[in-house]
Design a protein around this ligand. Structure first.
Ligand code: NGS
Length: 399
């Protein structure tokens, strides 16, 4: 038998081991993972560059100048063979980074997992209910890449014209006319300084949501100060304000402005479990970067979000708030699900990678020790400077 003293000595030793060895190992592993992401992003940019070169049809190879130093240059001739070799080798090298074996809801089970809310307040009760899966769904959009890069802006219309053509109401609200929607969702987009992406996102996502016959609203929450961008806090604000805006606000979808869903069978409504909406993304060769990822695009019911006290408000700068969110759900036994990777795939609009916040790992570790009721919806403080009901979205300006 151990004495109490011996026991507490053991506890102290375990704690030391946990703090000095395990946490340090975890930090190093996460740093290595980040480095791999950077490599993948760099490879993906390289691929885009190579595609451009290929499109330019350089059958004769590519001529360039190589700086030998002291202003001496020599002519270099790069053969397309080498470019092709790099392209073919990359998938084999990068396979080790990606997890392809996670559990997911297969395509045929999706209708059974979605939660239906019958009786849209906007349409007449005598109207028939819309079907569980809209007949307007068209599956994967292979032309999605036209929205990417410089060409994206060429397909854009004036917002007023676009809203009139698609019958979108002021504030970015829409519901089908021919039937009562069975799904009511509000899409919250945290935002600052990415106007080109926002325009593309809106003009892509409205028709996408309309094909799904949802009753929906798009809310953009803009951070109006110069402090580091705080995604979690903006999403908490969007949640609180959207509840005040009234219907539709049953299912919440937290969505980054740089992600476009590629397949409209990825229904933007809530499932019984919370759902990480992407199973694969083009910049990671249509793989999921890691299993506990909850970032980018996530759907959750109001009561589940309240149960975990929303996001932490303390993650200033890029990274970590979604990992903390994932842990909050896990702590409450609210494991999240994903749809079939054939369906839940996304394209990311290209942009310069944000500089990750240096203290995100420390914060993550300390938040794991803390009770989530001490930081989140319940402790949220902010100033709503203005609300504008724009043709394609409700714009909240906050500080
Ligand atoms: C992880 C970040 C997450 C982020 C994820 C995916 O490393 O916040 O990468 O990034 N976690 C930490 O930094 C602790 S992305 O694919 O968007 O580049 O969401």
């Amino acid at each position: 038998m151990f004495s109490i003293f011996e026991k507490s000595e053991k506890v102290v030793k375990y704690e030391e081991f946990l703090n000095n060895v395990l946490k340090e190992d975890l930090r190093k592993e996460l740093e290595r993972r980040d480095k791999l992401y950077e490599d993948i992003a760099a490879h993906s940019q390289l691929k885009q560059t190579i595609d451009c070169i290929r499109k330019a049809d350089l059958t004769d190879g590519l001529r360039t100048q190589v700086d030998l130093g002291s202003n001496f240059y020599c002519q270099a001739h790069i053969n397309c063979f080498f470019i092709t070799a790099i392209l073919w080798l990359f998938p084999f090298c990068s396979r080790q980074y990606a997890d392809t074996s996670f559990p997911y809801i297969p395509l045929e089970d999706i209708p059974f997992e979605l939660i239906h809310f019958q009786g849209n307040s906007e349409t007449g009760t005598e109207d028939p209910l819309c079907p569980v899966l809209s007949p307007k769904l068209s599956g994967p959009d292979f032309s999605i890449h036209k929205w990417i890069g410089e060409k994206g802006s060429e397909v854009l219309k004036k917002p007023e014209q676009f809203a009139a053509d698609l019958n979108i109401k002021s504030g970015g609200v829409w519901h089908p006319e021919e039937c009562q929607a069975q799904y009511e969702s509000v899409i919250i987009v945290p935002y600052r300084n990415r106007y080109e992406q926002l325009e593309i996102f809106l003009q892509y996502i409205h028709p996408f949501l309309q094909r799904q016959q949802l009753h929906y609203r798009i809310v953009v929450v803009e951070q109006m100060d110069d402090r580091p961008f705080n995604r979690g806090r903006l999403l908490n604000i969007g949640f609180k304000e959207a509840l005040n805006l009234g219907s539709p606000n049953i299912c919440f979808i937290f969505h980054d402005v740089d992600l476009l869903p590629q397949n409209d069978y990825n229904i933007y409504a809530c499932t019984h479990q919370p759902r990480h909406m992407y199973s694969s993304v083009d910049i990671f060769r249509y793989h999921l970067p890691y299993r506990s990822l909850a970032g980018g695009s996530f759907s959750i019911l109001v009561n589940h979000f309240e149960e975990i006290n929303g996001f932490s408000n303390s993650f200033d700068g890029w990274g970590g708030e979604d990992d903390d969110f994932s842990f909050r759900l896990h702590r409450k036994g609210l494991e999240f699900c994903r749809f079939d990777p054939q369906v839940a795939n996304y394209v990311m609009l290209p942009h310069k990678k944000e500089v990750p916040s240096p203290d995100r790992f420390g914060k993550l570790a300390s938040k794991k020790e803390e009770d989530p009721s001490k930081d989140g919806l319940s402790t949220l403080e902010y100033k709503l400077l203005k609300i504008e009901y724009k043709p394609l979205y409700t714009h909240l300006f906050v500080r």
